[in-house]
Design a protein around this ligand. Structure first.
Ligand code: CU
Length: 230
């Protein structure tokens, strides 16, 4: 009897404690909340901004690079070129006459662009292979240079001549449209760039060596030189 009573008391105690605990558990709200907080909702929300940052970076890079590059290239180039009045052209940030040069590449062979003008360079020694010259300085000498495809070669003949200051030389016998004549060095521009016709004469008033060539066949040896002596 004593034993039974003890058991009942123990059971009652357990029930009592359970009665205390169970209500406490069933009414405790933090458990579901804790689950929500630790769950994928927060993680998802946190991961969201990462995707946004990616989108922002992409948009910034694309838009900025595109606009900046396009605007700079287009506007600067356009303004510089378009800012020059008719008859002028852009050069080194300013405007110069369209008839002037800006780069040596705009000049004919043998010339460099200096202060807007193509300036002929002096001839070096032995220009176009001429180290000795046929003397045609006598008053009665025939100062004619025949040019063209002659005897199986592209030539100026004679190739190397010397004349007196003030004398004239005549290029003849060929077609300048096939063999464009260009002076490529000398003290002054004396042999005009000739691209049509069959005969042309030039008076040489300044002493010095003059080099010239056929623009088409000069690599095949079609070139020559004139030495003008006092
Ligand atoms: Cu030629």
């Amino acid at each position: 009897m004593k034993e039974l009573r003890r058991l009942v008391f123990a059971a009652a105690a357990v029930a009592a404690s359970a009665a205390v605990l169970i209500p406490a558990c069933s009414t405790e709200p933090p458990r579901p909340d804790a689950g929500v907080d630790a769950g994928p909702v927060d993680a998802g929300a946190d991961a969201g901004p990462i995707a946004d940052a990616g989108a922002d970076a992409g948009a910034d890079a694309g838009v900025d690079a595109g606009l900046d590059a396009g605007a700079d290239a287009g506007v600067d180039g356009g303004v510089d070129a378009g800012a020059c009045n008719p008859g002028l052209k852009a050069c080194d940030g300013g405007c110069i006459s369209s008839a002037s040069c800006c780069f040596s590449a705009e000049c004919l062979q043998g010339r460099t662009c200096q202060a807007g003008a193509c300036v002929l360079q002096a001839c070096g020694a032995g220009v176009n292979g001429c180290t000795t010259f046929t003397d045609l300085s006598a008053p009665a000498a025939d100062r004619t240079i025949t040019f063209g495809f002659i005897g199986g070669s592209f030539v100026f003949s004679p190739k190397c001549i010397s004349v007196k200051q003030g004398q004239s030389v005549t290029f003849t016998g060929g077609d300048f449209s096939v063999h464009p004549l260009l002076q490529t060095c000398g003290p002054v521009e004396a042999i005009a760039h000739t691209t049509s016709g069959t005969t042309a004469s030039f008076t040489l008033n300044t002493t010095g060596d003059y080099g010239y060539l056929c623009e088409v066949h000069h690599t095949l040896g079609m070139s020559g030189a004139i030495r003008v002596v006092p």
